[in-house]
Design a protein around this ligand. Structure first.
Ligand code: CDP
Length: 243
């Protein structure tokens, strides 16, 4: 049994996963893993190398010689691509467009899922993405499916982009989100879907603090129940030393 649980947060684009996962991790003292950032880093490198969606072989070869790492720096998560900090570069609209096809290849997913499992195995991790509770760590102790109305998600992403100086209309952002959701849910490998045992948290009318409180609350309930279960097993003499 892991000492600390794994918290898996899945959900569609701009449902608030990153903000929530970062704050939940901070409150619990856990590690935050943004798996979308890892796929984005690979997409950035594919763009740098001029690899298109039809170049499977070149993409495969590229993935084999690419090092993607997430590191915590000053309470923030930095993304490193072959040792270079690409945290800001992976948020460009070009990367957002390219990641939609880069992440569909099974060899890309296998390579990233391997790294993600290594990061999660000791527990004490808040991992967010599209397939965390279904494929990456189906045995995660706490599973959340974060959702929100598409119009609200579009408004949030639009505000975010405007703050970064990206000139785009609200309609374009909504169309882009709808298209990405469609691709993410319809793709063959590891599509976006809710794990049967994930709790849906609809953030449409929740504040960030409320959604963070809700998930931290779920982790606390899990920990309290686990303590009870361990005490019960002890009282029934069911906990035997592993020899
Ligand atoms: O933040 P945003 O919702 O825009 O997306 P992201 O979490 O940065 O992920 C970027 C893209 O990577 C998504 O549109 C998914 O297609 C893909 N992704 C994935 O396939 N599997 C994951 N575990 C995480 C992201």
């Amino acid at each position: 049994m892991r000492r600390k649980p794994i918290v898996a947060i899945d959900g569609p684009a701009a449902s608030g996963k990153s903000t929530t996962a970062r704050l939940v991790a901070r409150r619990l003292g856990y590690i935050w893993v943004d798996t979308g950032a890892m796929y984005r880093a690979l997409a950035l490198k594919a763009l740098w190398e001029g690899i298109g969606s039809e170049n499977h072989e070149r993409l495969k070869e590229m993935v084999g010689r690419t090092d993607v790492r997430l590191k915590e720096r000053g309470g923030d998560l930095r993304v490193f691509l072959d040792g270079e900090d690409v945290t800001e570069a992976i948020r460009s609209p070009e990367v957002t467009h390219a990641v939609s096809w880069v992440c569909t290849f099974p060899f890309v997913r296998q390579a990233m899922v391997k790294l993600q499992r290594e990061m999660a195995c000791d527990g004490g991790v808040v991992m967010e993405g599209r397939d965390i509770g279904t494929v990456v760590v189906p045995d995660a102790e706490v599973k959340v499916f974060l959702d929100a109305d598409v119009k609200e998600r579009a408004r949030r992403r639009w505000r975010e982009l405007r703050e970064r100086g990206v000139d785009v209309s609200l309609d374009e952002v909504e169309q882009d989100l709808t298209e990405r959701d469609r691709k993410d849910t319809e793709r063959e490998h590891a599509p976006l879907c809710r794990a049967p045992d994930a709790l849906v948290v609809d953030t449409t009318s929740l504040s960030v603090e409320e959604q963070v409180d809700r998930i931290v609350g779920m982790v606390k309930v899990y920990m309290a129940n686990r303590k009870k279960q361990i005490a019960k097993r002890k009282s029934q003499n069911l906990l035997k030393p592993c020899v």
